[in-house]
Design a protein. Structure first.
Ligand code: ZN
Length: 466
């Protein structure tokens, strides 16, 4: 018998390995945060310090949320029904001015709690570094405390081109390239770890100068790290890119030599055929965010065509003020159903959705050697799902039911790097009530400053008695 720290046994193990092996009565053995054995329970030759006997359960690789903004956990619902350009002007810039380390920390805790309870073990996070430099530190503190895996991008803008108001930037949010990169370096030094990677983000090809895109790209390549961007996100961006450059945003990125495996682009709703080819050839990652795209009427992204072209696609929620949940199960269901609306009911499958949300997302962020599947040598990031749920009946079709019911309620236990972060549906690192009450109090503080404290009642159609 070989020694292991922890063995999970008796559940159905979905490996997501290249052969997509599933062990109906399987085991996963973990030592020092890594998977050291996986297979049929009858073949398990590990002597574990701790054994978890699972019954009526499935074990899956942890979900990768390829795009979110964690601090937005406390600005949920404030900006509903605002077109994207209005949201940026009336919602995003004022919120950034009011965001401090303490409010960003509380917002991030709320979002992280929601992600973890959904079975998300890796989040790709975008947070502005300006105008309040300490705001992102609150997010990084929450991410560190959560002990979940994350790529945290420090978002910058520097373009003063306000020809198209939908693509303009607020002067006080702009910063210089040197300032931005020195902050990224500083934050990498303080918060970088096995679990947390701090990277630069040039928000977009229209809100950033070509110099910023080029220098951030050079930084990512030199450091062997990643870079993120919001690209081809809306019809406004598509039209303004055509006006400014005579081509699409992704073709523009190719001209700037910015595409490559270091880059993850969020949204990607409007890539043309040539751009899909460029993304695939350059191994650039894409986070497809179907629910956020629906909320902002941004268009139906060509997920099917991107997959056919061989683009590295994962799935993301976007932030809690632009989705509005952090529900990856809803995202998986929507991703497939939206393509069905384009190509007919035969398109896609629940299995495809689970692949995109695990190994697909890992590949999109260049972490597929470490996470995304349950294989020997990989990090032990996994989710245990309770199969005794009404929405999963009948048992014989549970993978389909898990995705197409769109309900995160079955997620019971979540491990990152072998550590239990959610146990029996409860967070292990934070008190549930403290997270919720802390988030509410921080939202109240921020909304008093932004003047949005009573915005909900102000727009409600109902007669409230206060
Ligand atoms: Zn975003």
């Amino acid at each position: 018998m070989r020694p292991a720290d922890l063995v999970l046994t008796g559940g159905t193990v979905v490996t997501m390995d290249a052969a997509r092996r599933v062990y109906q009565d399987g085991y996963v053995a973990i030592t020092n945060g890594r998977v050291v054995g996986v297979g049929a329970a009858r073949d398990c030759d590990f002597q574990a310090a701790v054994t978890r006997q699972l019954s009526d359960s499935a074990v899956l690789p942890g979900l990768v949320n390829g795009h979110t903004h964690l601090s937005n956990g406390i600005s949920r619902g404030l900006f509903d029904e605002l077109p994207l350009a209005d949201w940026v002007e009336r919602g995003m810039w004022p919120s950034l001015r009011a965001s401090r380390a303490d409010t960003a920390y509380e917002g991030a805790r709320v979002s992280l709690a929601e992600n973890l309870l959904n079975g998300v073990t890796t989040t790709v996070v975008g947070e502005f570094g300006s105008p309040n430099k300490d705001s992102i530190e609150g997010v990084l503190r929450a991410v560190t405390e959560s002990r979940s895996r994350s790529v945290v991008a420090r978002i910058s803008v520097d373009s003063a081109d306000d020809h198209d108001p939908s693509q303009a930037t607020a002067p006080d949010v702009r910063e210089s390239i040197d300032e931005a990169l020195s902050e990224v370096r500083r934050l990498r030094g303080i918060f970088g770890s096995d679990l947390v990677e701090v990277v630069p983000e040039a928000l977009g090809v229209l809100r950033c100068t070509p110099q910023m895109v080029r220098e951030f790209t050079a930084f990512a390549r030199a450091e062997g790290t990643r870079m993120t961007m919001h690209v081809a996100s809306s019809p406004d961006e598509r039209d303004e890119a055509l006006r400014r450059f005579g081509k699409g945003s992704i073709e523009r990125l190719a001209d700037l030599d910015a595409l490559g495996p270091h880059l993850l682009i969020a949204h990607c709703v409007w890539p043309n055929e040539n751009e899909r080819k460029l993304l695939a050839e350059s191994l650039t990652g894409v986070s497809h965010n179907p629910v956020a795209n629906l909320m902002y009427a941004s268009g139906l992204a060509p997920l099917a065509e991107m997959i056919d072209a061989g683009v590295r696609v994962g799935l993301g929620t976007d932030g809690a003020s632009t989705n509005n949940g952090q529900n990856m199960w809803e995202v998986m269901k929507s991703a497939i159903f939206l393509q069905k609306s384009r190509f007919g009911a035969a398109w896609g499958s629940a299995e495809l959705a689970l692949e995109l949300a695990t190994i697909g997302g890992a590949r999109a962020i260049g972490l597929d050697e470490q996470i995304g599947s349950l294989e020997v040598g990989k990090r032990a990031d996994l989710v245990v799902v309770d199969l005794l749920r009404p929405h999963l009946v009948p048992r014989s079709t549970w993978p389909s039911n898990l995705v197409y019911s769109g309900n995160p309620d079955a997620v019971r236990t979540v491990l990152v790097e072998g550590e239990v972060l959610v146990d029996e549906g409860r967070l292990t690192m934070w008190d549930h009530e403290e997270v919720v009450r802390g988030g509410d109090a921080a939202a109240e503080r921020m909304n008093v400053e932004t003047g949005l404290a009573h915005s909900y009642h102000g727009r409600s159609r109902w007669s409230w008695d206060d």
